[in-house]
Ligand binder design. Structure first.
Ligand code: SF4
Length: 452
């Protein structure tokens, strides 16, 4: 499973028993759901870091314990029984999975004396207090790891022995607010997903743009990926799609860009290039409703788009204004109109539409929830994904207190989540429901009033 001579191993650590961790979910702040067989994404960051390290002449491999469903003990055994034990082990972490990841990283330090063990991930800087509370842990790679993995690894392998117990790594001092990020995405290599041939993942992911210039105040994506939109050039993205198709025989791709269609011109050029180069890969993406106009959706369908994910959250004007999702009444009206228009145009072009709504935003009333459910039923998307509001550290509205105004039944749901967190010791298994629109209202009633 691991080559015996590898010097650097990057690990997507095991999910805690009964849960599935997506450390790249929510812009790198992570998601944890309550099922070992839940949906998960292939570990894009690790595949990319391995590729960067190999391009720099270093011997590196990834170990995806979530995808391979490896237990904590088995993953440790694999690392420890390596004949030439790895000299450098990176453990990916996120806000939501931090406690489990720290436990794993600590066990790696104990079972591999002599190896340097570091934690990395887009939100590692938000869990430093937890990391530094464990004396064995001495290294983190803060910011986007792609920005500094090569210099950090070289420095560690060259024997720099300075323990790093602040937001800095072995070669560079970093202050808060100056987390390193990759500025030119085209300079990154294609992720090393594995040996050529079909992979066990049913799809692969591409991150063709990062960051979002908008400022919804509950949003974890801006915290993890920054507030500036950075994009690959369309020819570079198409090269990656062809590489995925030809090397890994993969015919379906999920774009993980937080706002894939924010730059309309880029998407037009990208879809042109996909058609011109006969990519023949089906794909899906997500963006705000206003980004998906009918003309653009037509071009996307012609280029292989089969599903769009539309972040709606709520249709309450009061809440959308309060959380800066929209800035004025006119913008709100355009927002509502765009949702219905995008769903209808997607249907016309044979593109599935998944609408994402959130319940439990502080200040939301049962009436707001009911109106959102009613609206979604009317526009009839293919699927609805209901997420319980998550109070993410680093967002402008983050507070340690639960400030939701929803009913006792909703509060019970939050208590259930807390109970699960306690049971699993580490994280907050999130509550998320995917369903067809006609089931939405009965789910809402059940969540809010305990009936349905
Ligand atoms: S549009 Fe809002 S919610 Fe979506 S990524 Fe941007 S800031 Fe976040």
């Amino acid at each position: 499973m691991l080559k015996r001579t590898t010097r650097i191993v990057l690990v997507n650590p095991p999910s805690a028993e009964g849960t599935t961790a997506n450390r790249e979910g929510a812009g790198g702040l992570g998601t944890v759901v309550r099922s070992r067989s839940a949906f998960f994404y292939p570990p894009y960051t690790i595949a990319l870091l391995v590729s960067q390290l190999r391009r720099a002449g270093l011997d590196a491999e990834g170990l995806d314990c979530v995808g391979k469903k490896l237990s904590f003990e088995y993953a440790l055994k694999l690392l420890a029984e390596h004949t030439n034990r790895p000299e450098l082990v990176g453990v990916q972490t996120s806000v939501m999975s931090a406690a489990a990841d720290i436990k794993f990283a600590t066990a790696v330090v104990r079972s591999l004396p002599g190896a340097r063990v570091f934690l990395f991930g887009a939100s590692v800087h938000l869990v430093l207090d937890k990391i530094w509370s464990v004396p064995e842990l001495k290294y983190v790679l803060a910011g986007e790891p792609e920005a500094s993995i090569v210099s950090f690894s070289k420095s560690c392998l060259n024997g720099d022995s300075t323990p790093v117990r602040s937001v800095k790594h072995a070669t560079q001092q970093i202050g808060p607010g100056e987390l390193p990020r990759v500025q030119e995405l085209d300079t990154l290599p294609f992720p090393a997903w594995g040996p050529p041939g079909k992979l066990r993942y049913p799809f692969l992911t591409v991150l063709s743009s990062r960051g979002c210039p908008l400022r919804c105040t509950y949003c974890p994506y801006v915290v993890g990926l920054g507030g500036r939109l950075r994009s690959q050039s369309p020819p570079r993205t198409v090269e990656e799609l062809l590489h995925i198709r030809n090397r890994y025989l993969c015919r379906h791709v999920i774009f993980r860009d937080p706002v894939f269609a924010a730059d309309r011109e880029r998407v037009i050029l990208l879809t042109d290039e996909m058609r011109r180069r006969n990519v023949h890969v089906s794909w899906e993406c997500e963006s705000r409703p206003e980004h998906f106009d009918p003309e653009l959706l037509k071009l996307m369908a012609q280029a292989g788009c089969r599903r769009i994910k539309i972040g709606v959250e709520t249709v309450s004007e009061r809440l959308l204004l309060r959380y800066r999702r929209v800035e004025s009444h006119e913008e709100y009206q355009h927002y509502l109109h765009s949702i219905g228009e995008a769903v209808a145009a997607a249907r016309k072009h044979n593109i599935g539409s998944d609408v994402f709504i959130m319940i439990g935003l502080p200040g939301e009333s049962a009436d707001d929830v009911e109106k959102t459910a009613q609206f979604i039923e009317e526009i009839k998307p293919s699927k609805v994904v209901v997420k319980i509001f998550e109070n993410y550290p680093g967002t402008p509205i983050y507070t340690k207190k639960d400030t939701t105004t929803l009913s006792a039944a909703y509060t019970n749901l939050l208590c259930l989540r807390e109970e699960l967190r306690a049971r699993f010791e580490v994280h907050r298994p999130q509550t998320r429901y995917t369903l067809v629109p006609r089931r939405l209202r009965s789910l809402m009633k059940r969540l809010l009033h305990g009936r349905g």
